[in-house]
Ligand binder design. Sequence first.
Ligand code: 3HC
Length: 292
Amino acid sequence: MSDVTHITVIGAGTMGSGISLTAAMAGIKVCQVDVSQEQLDRAAAYHQKTLGRNVAKERMTQDEADAALGRIGYATETCMASESQFAIEAATENEDLKKKIFSQMVQTYSDTCILATNTSSISITSIADSVGDAADRVIGMHFFNPVPVMKLVEVIKCPATSQDTLDRTMTLSEAMGKTPIAANDHPGFVSNRVLMPMINEAFHAWNDGVAEPEAIDGIMKLGCAFPMGPLRLADLIGLDVCRDIMLVLHNGLGHPDKYQPCEKLVELVEAGRLGNKTGWGVYDYREAAATA
Ligand code: 3HC
């Protein structure tokens, strides 16, 4: 049974806003932080829309939805700093930025607060090394997109992570309705080490003219019972995120060719076609968004 009543989520993008909503729906008070007020407004709109959908589907009452929304505070700097038992960083996938945020987290939160990162591939060891004595409270809490729907939290411990930090993280994940599975710190952890090369290979298949995206996705959906094909999933994840994770595998696992991001993937990223978040990636969503 989790004793966690207050958490802070730093970063209000797709993952951060999903984490804060999931925690609030589980009865936890959340401080949702982002440096951008615009991003906070988008997160609040997403929270309202998703809760409204749950009410419409009779999964919760209006009072329960209002209570969940009431548990989330939105702040450009910080709120509930002294009460937060967990601070979960879900900022952009940039190691220097994450280290800067972690050094601020050490200053801001209590010396019992767990310092978690939702990184998809950045080294937890390297982040822990940057926070001195607080290293035993550093852990990876890797959620999956869309966070309210996906059941897994991949919990990443590094050599410095204490058993207490691991235990409390597993318990909080369960309290949020998730199934936590622990893994060791290694490039891409388990999920992205297995998933990303498959997505990258789908780009190669497209680039080599094996088939068009619809056919590649259709084959993998029906043939492997995936909920969506790898190229459609790449759009959901973000093509820039896919490319960056491939680079982490490429640089971290020491195979010169094996993990090189496919040139087709790189080309789309450089053209600003990042997937759902820009309305255009492998597929074009702009017309559908305009009529939604
Ligand atoms: N937030 C909240 N709920 C959402 C949502 C979101 N962003 N997106 C979808 N949902 C809900 C819908 O509201 C719907 O709920 P309902 O049952 O009340 O109707 C339910 O999920 C199903 O959605 P849809 O009917 O719109 O569509 P699908 O049935 O096709 O499901 C999907 C959409 C859940 C995204 C499904 O296609 C799926 O599971 N896809 C695979 C997702 C996946 O593999 N994610 C992991 C990515 S890897 C990752 O995140 C790690 C990172 O490090 C890269």
